[in-house]
Ligand binder design. Structure first.
Ligand SMILES: *Cc1c(COP(=O)(O)O)cnc(C)c1O
Length: 419
């Protein structure tokens, strides 16, 4: 059973102040989860989580994570500017971009961010752009092929195809790249890889760590470059469906430690720092989209129209992704009705749920769409002239704070040229 982090009574009070739809975040949940991650990797003195800004680019959220010792992982000019405005600087910023424009490398260097290169050709591009190669530099690795883990009757626990992904250096490019970077003045090296997204498995990070740790040993031995950090990137997932198990970050941290002790320590590389760039895992479950049932339609199917739409949460429309829905105040009633829960876009994929068993919904019921804290608001857009919703933080003391106002028609018109 998935339970909302907010009660019906709380939500009724909140909707008096902020009209639906809006995104609501759970400060307590965010902080506790960040502390669990930190504890799971406490065995590694240099450990740092660089929150993937693209998941939830909201100042109050970034500042809250900074208080929990997180840095930020940026991949665009405005994400770098946002991080700067939120007080992040120097080694608190990772810059993992691809197809990077020159001005983004310039700003990353000016902020002292750690630059994580996506491609061999970016070495020359970076040197031409900056006039030098930073002493600390990272490269993204792509092993190619297929990455799979944990075969069972139901299939693989984790399966993805790095060979089809546009990111990263090949293994030979990485060796050549390290040598080249060293010749150009780099002194501290990092490696990074992102092999699978939204993994529900305590084995993903340890398996990735095994690959990267062995690669780091080989690289340091062959090139003489000092590997200072290994970045496991994002990809630790969350259970969007109520029947999925949860990842246990303590088990994951311990699994990475075992690889560390088996591979890096015997190679004399026990001083390597472990970095992560989690987005979904940090915020996904601690944010929800709050919306209201505003229409019913009985045609070939039973539709419930809500006041949010795919412009507020794109994952169901874009990937057919499942997001659990709770009809507030009816948690204990049987799910004996079957609905399509739909938004108002003139796009037939604007459906938060299709053929979803739910308790009987009445007009005005508040619906909580779960797990919208990451890649939720941030993927919003203005299609059909829809305006982005507000974001509200539910604080630890039960009070609320508006952390982003809703867009107004004036915002929508502000970039248009009328004459
Ligand atoms: C998107 C992204 C992440 C975060 O991914 P999650 O699935 O949210 O954990 C981390 N690093 C990079 C480079 C990314 O592009």
């Amino acid at each position: 059973m998935k339970k909302p982090f907010v009660s019906l009574e709380q939500l009724q009070a909140i909707t008096q102040q902020y009209p639906t739809p809006f995104h609501l975040y759970d400060e307590k949940g965010i902080r506790e989860n960040a502390r669990r991650l930190k504890a799971a990797f406490a065995w590694n003195p240099g450990f740092k989580e660089y929150f993937a800004v693209k998941a939830t680019p909201t100042p109050a959220i970034l500042k809250l994570l900074r208080e929990e010792d997180c840095g930020v992982d940026c991949s665009s000019l405005t994400e770098l500017m946002l991080s700067d405005k939120c007080g992040f600087s120097g080694s608190e910023i990772m810059f993992s971009s691809n197809e990077t424009p020159a001005e983004e490398f310039e700003l990353a260097a000016r902020l002292g961010a750690t630059i994580n290169l996506d491609d061999f050709t970016h070495i020359d591009f970076l040197r031409e752009t900056l006039g030098y190669i930073p002493e600390t530099i990272s490269c993204r690795f792509n092993p190619g092929g297929v990455f799979q883990l944990g075969e069972s009757k139901e299939g693989f626990q984790v399966m993805d195809t790095p060979g089809d992904s546009k990111y990263g250096f090949t293994r030979p490019q990485l060796f050549e790249g390290f040598n080249k970077l060293k010749d150009l003045g780099a002194k501290r090296f990092g490696i990074h890889a992102f092999l699978a997204s939204n993994t529900i498995s305590n084995d993903y990070y340890p398996a990735l760590a095994g690959i990267l740790f062995q690669l780091a040993v080989d690289l340091q031995k062959e090139t003489g470059c000092k590997v200072a950090f290994i970045n496991l990137s994002g990809g630790v997932g969350i259970p969007y469906r109520p029947d999925q198990p949860e990842n246990d970050i303590a088990v994951i941290g311990d699994g990475v430690r075992k690889q560390f002790e088996e591979i890096l320590v015997p190679a004399g590389m026990g001083d390597v720092s472990i970095f992560t760039e989690l987005g979904r895992f940090m915020l996904g479950p601690y944010g929800c989209l709050v919306t209201k049932a505003v229409h019913f339609k009985h045609t070939y199917k039973e539709y419930v129209g809500v006041d949010a739409c795919a412009a507020n949460l794109m994952r169901p429309a874009m990937y057919g992704a499942y997001h659990h829905i709770t009809v507030m105040g009816k948690e204990d009633r049987p799910s004996d009705h079957v609905y399509d829960v739909v938004g108002s876009l003139c796009e037939n994929n604007d459906k938060f749920a299709v053929d979803r068993p739910l308790p009987e919904i009445e007009l005005g019921d508040l619906l909580v769409i779960h797990d919208a804290g990451a890649h939720g608001f941030s993927m919003g857009y203005n299609y059909n002239g829809k305006l982005r919703s507000a974001e509200v933080l539910l604080r630890e003391d039960g009070s609320t704070r508006l952390i982003r106002r809703a867009e107004t028609p004036e915002d929508y018109f502000s970039t248009m040229v009328f004459d």
